[in-house]
Design a protein around this ligand. Structure first.
Ligand SMILES: Cc1cc2nc3c(=O)[nH]c(=O)nc-3n(C[C@H](O)[C@H](O)[C@H](O)COP(=O)(O)OP(=O)(O)OC[C@H]3O[C@@H](n4cnc5c(N)ncnc54)[C@H](O)[C@@H]3O)c2cc1C
Ligand code: FES
Length: 336
């Protein structure tokens, strides 16, 4: 049997169990605690903590989510540390991080792989039990023999049949994405741990939905607009999507053809001459088109952003600093 350790949150009465194989962040979320986080992969720094008492092992000491100075001051990342005994940690918490569905690990089987663009495919996995998540959330996928888990956003809606769909981009030289494309075949098993993420659809919001994404960031935005359609959002959602060349722009109309999902899709490319189809549409960086394509004042929308960190950071800067959109209306996942 795995050894269980008790993790105490300094300054509160909260205590949770964590075995010697789970990270502090994931174990806390599994037990319903609202521990602050974003990426789960050591890159954003949201889950940094102070170890008040006890011993932990850092699985990824090179993770970029902490600056050297922070490491020297003893900071650690809860998504990359496993306990080696009972611990007390000082970490940020908040009601917004309390999981609606606590994440859990399960085995899932690859059902199908379908190409969407030159380097992005739709992967569907089947697992026992319902696929319970909120539109816009992600799961961690582990391929046997590859050790580490990677985050991938769900593109479908929660469903009782246990279907988990992801839009995954092949990253040149990447360990897990290439294993998923080349080694994992229909019927093969992976580990699927989730759901995670706080950039989920705010179903109660009456604001129009504006989605902004690039690269493989389309997947969660499709889940968001599907969820908005199901929730009966009054205004037609907008997706502003940036690719490098014409070949990076997926056929969103075809993907949603059999569904009643209203959406205005605005693709933009930054390199129109890159190999792919001829391009007569918008050219530039996706954030530059936010003021041009959104027809209402920018502070009325609920924003969902997903994709490459520089793209998200440019868009968030524009929204918060130039357009004065409150942070509470902006929800994003940076795909580190
Ligand atoms: C919240 C979130 C959602 C995402 N959603 C999608 C999506 O929907 N579709 C998609 O295609 N991609 C998505 N990504 C990116 C995806 O998780 C991978 O980064 C990408 O597939 C490259 O992984 P790789 O193993 O192929 O590449 P690699 O270059 O092998 O790995 C890159 C990633 O692994 C991490 N890493 C490297 N070494 C270690 C280590 N020792 N321990 C732990 N982590 C390590 C890096 O920090 C980096 O995140 C998402 C990322 C995040 C954070
Ligand atoms: S660094 Fe831990 S959640 Fe991002």
């Amino acid at each position: 049997m795995k050894q269980q350790f008790q993790i105490r949150l300094a300054g509160s009465d909260d205590v949770f169990d964590c075995d010697g194989e789970d990270t502090l962040l994931r174990a806390g979320l599994r037990q319903g605690l609202g521990i602050a986080y974003e990426c789960n992969v050591g890159a954003c720094g949201s889950c940094k903590f102070d170890l008040v008492e006890g011993e932990v092992e850092d699985l990824f000491p090179e993770a970029t989510g902490l600056r050297q100075k922070e490491r020297e001051r003893g900071k650690r990342l809860a998504c990359q540390c496993i306990p080696r005994g009972n611990c007390t940690i000082k970490i940020r918490t908040g009601a917004e991080y309390v999981p609606a569905t606590p994440p859990r690990k399960r085995r899932a089987t690859l059902a199908s792989k379908t190409a969407l663009t030159g380097d992005i495919s739709l992967f569907e996995f089947a697992a026992d039990g319902p696929a319970a998540f909120l539109p816009g959330q992600y799961a961690l996928i582990g391929v046997p023999g590859k050790g580490q888990l990677r985050a991938y956003s769900l593109s479908n809606l929660p469903n009782p049949e246990g279907r988990w769909q992801f839009g995954i981009r092949r990253v040149p030289g990447g360990t897990v994405s290439n294993a998923l494309f080349d080694a994992v075949q229909a019927g093969d098993e992976v580990v699927l741990d989730g759901p995670y993420g706080i950039a989920y659809l705010r179903e109660k919001s009456k604001r129009p939905v504006a989605c902004i994404g690039g690269g493989s960031g389309l997947a969660p935005l499709l889940s968001i607009v599907r969820g908005a359609a199901l929730a009966g959002t009054a205004a037609r959602p907008i997706i502003l999507y940036g690719g490098r060349g014409p070949g990076d722009i997926p056929d969103v109309a075809a993907m949603l053809a059999d569904e009643d999902v209203p959406v205005d899709f605005h693709p933009v490319v930054s390199m129109p001459d890159l190999a792919g189809a001829a391009w007569s549409g918008d050219v530039g960086f996706v954030h530059e088109f936010i003021p041009r394509k959104l027809t209402q004042p920018l502070d009325v929308y609920e924003y969902y952003l997903a994709g490459p960190p520089p793209m998200i950071e440019a868009a968030v800067r524009l929204l918060m600093i130039e357009a004065k959109v409150p942070a509470t209306q902006i929800h994003f996942d940076r795909f580190f």
